[in-house]
Structures are given as C-alpha cells and as structure tokens.
Design a binder for this molecule. Structure first.
Ligand SMILES: Nc1ncnc2c1ncn2[C@@H]1O[C@H](COP(=O)(O)OP(=O)(O)O)[C@@H](O)[C@H]1O
Ligand SMILES: [Mg+2]
Length: 263
C-alpha cells in the first residue's frame, strides 16, 4: 500500500447533487448534461463510468478535472472544494491534483515525447533539469524510454497513448481521469494500455476514474457506475457476478453506445 493511499483515509472524490446545464449562446433551451450526480470514490479506488454517447460522461470527468464548473452541487476532490477555489488555485489543482488521459491522446504534434511530458510540469515550477530527468523516468516506466525524442506523428496510437499516460502522471496526481482511453486502440493494445494505467496508478496509490464502453475494461474496476441522461442509474444487475459482488455487471446496452461526440 502506497503512502498516499495510507495517508488519505476515506473518499478521494465526493460529488453531491452535481448538475450541469449548457445553454447555447442566445438559445432558450438548456441542455441538462448532468441532473444530480451523487458519487463517492474511495481513495485508491478504480471506478468505471459507462453509458451511451451523450449521457454526460465527459461532462462528469471535466467537472472532476476542473475543466468545467457545475451549475449546481458540490465537488470535493482529495478534500479540496472545487467550487471554493479561485482561478489560480484551480490552475494548480489542474496541474497537480489530477491527470487526464483522452481518447485521442491530445499530444502536441511539434513536441517530442519528452517535451510533451515536460510541458505538463511547467505550470508547477519544476526546475528544468529535474523536468527532463522526471520525463525520461516516466517515459521509461511506460516503455517509451527509447522513443523519447520522437514526435507523436512518428509513434503508433498505442505508443502515443503511453506518452499521454506519462504526461498525465508527470506531477504525480492523486486522481487519474481517463475518458475512453482505449477508444482509439485495437483491443490488444487497449488491454496493454489499461494494464499500464492500473499498474502505475496502483504504484502511486492514485484513484482512477475512467470512462469506457468496454465490458472487459469495466470488469477490471472495483465499481462500475452507469450513467443515463445525466443521472447515475443504480439499478442492481439481475444476478451478481460470482465472486465479484461489488462489481455491477454492465448491461449490453451500455457497451453498444456509439463513439462519443467529443472527449
Ligand atoms: N459545451 C457544450 N455545450 C452544449 N452542450 C454540450 C456541451 N458539452 C456537452 N454538451 C451536451 O451535454 C450532453 C452530455 O455530453 P457529454 O458529457 O459529452 O456526453 P458523453 O461523454 O457521455 O458522450 C450531450 O447532450 C451534449 O450534447
Ligand atoms: Mg464523452
């Protein structure tokens, strides 16, 4: 058990009545993307979020990552109340407390793998020399040490996602948020990437919240929450999976969702 997991008792994430409405400029009709989310994630836990396209999964992750703000409700992450922070505190939070992995990697094409990872440390005043050493260590840990000078365009999808994982972990975040991290990968590569995410998170005691359409991936999490029309649907499965009472078996429907419109 890592220090962080041991030192942080209780929940890494607490959401209470979180709602999100998007209102188009000049429009009258609001889109209710989240309609009252209550969620607790224990420190060091692995949670899968499943649901059809448009159900609110990305919005939920963006609120956890402080990339978006709730219209109503409260979001606490490792004891920090996101609604009570000023912009400077939010910037630090985004850089230090959470790491993000996206379906489409979102690496900067003109930077090398190493520079992509280093860039994540810039917000936190990590000295240049240390940035480089840390980036190389991280790239080693995701099996990309030998490719650190390559730009994303020279890397396969799986390799790019490995670099993106190294970047997400650059500041040793307490919470790793992954929005369909295997959505652009073949199943074997996806499996490797998920194993990597779980192994590195476990080593660091990081909490993982990941959005997935894959039953395979969901089964490897402690808990699966299904989201429908902006609400977590908590209907229990017809018959609990043998030996895995805490894992809610995701329904067929959840895995048939079309690819997300955005990430
Ligand atoms: N910036 C935005 N402006 C307006 N509507 C949005 C915005 N982002 C998301 N939505 C809407 O909110 C709902 C949830 O979207 P999203 O969280 O991306 O779903 P998912 O990730 O589950 O596919 C959808 O109806 C989507 O069209
Ligand atoms: Mg999405």
């Amino acid at each position: 058990m890592s220090e962080r997991r041991a030192s942080l008792s209780g929940d890494a994430i607490v959401l209470e009545g979180v709602e999100k409405e998007y209102r188009a400029r000049g429009g009258t009709q609001a889109v209710r993307a989240l309609r009252g989310i209550d969620l607790r994630v224990p420190s060091g836990g692995r949670v899968a979020i499943m649901g059809r396209s448009g159900s609110g999964k990305t919005t939920l992750l963006q609120i956890l990552g402080a990339l978006d703000v709730p219209t109503r409700g409260r979001a606490l992450v490792v004891g920090e109340d996101l609604g009570a922070m000023n912009e400077r505190q939010l910037q630090t939070y985004r850089a230090r407390t959470v790491g993000f992995v996206f379906q489409n990697f979102q690496l900067i094409p003109i930077l090398s793998a190493r520079e992509n990872v280093e860039l994540a440390m810039e917000a936190l005043d990590v000295p240049t020399g240390e940035r480089r050493a840390r980036a190389l260590r991280l790239l080693d840990s995701v099996g990309m040490g030998a490719r650190s000078f390559h730009r994303p365009g020279k890397l396969s999808s799986g390799e790019q996602q490995r670099v993106a994982i190294a970047r997400a972990l650059a500041n040793d975040p307490a919470v790793l948020l992954a929005d369909e991290p295997t959505g652009s990968l073949d199943s074997e590569t996806g499996e490797e990437v998920i194993s990597l995410i779980f192994r590195l998170a476990e080593e660091r005691g990081s909490t993982v919240v990941l959005v997935t359409h894959s039953d395979e991936v969901a089964r490897r999490c402690d808990v699966v929450h299904r989201i429908r029309d902006g609400r977590i649907v908590s209907d229990p499965p017809p018959s609990p999976a043998p030996g895995g009472p805490t894992v809610r078996e995701p329904s067929r429907e959840a895995s048939l969702g079309t690819p997300a419109r955005r990430n």
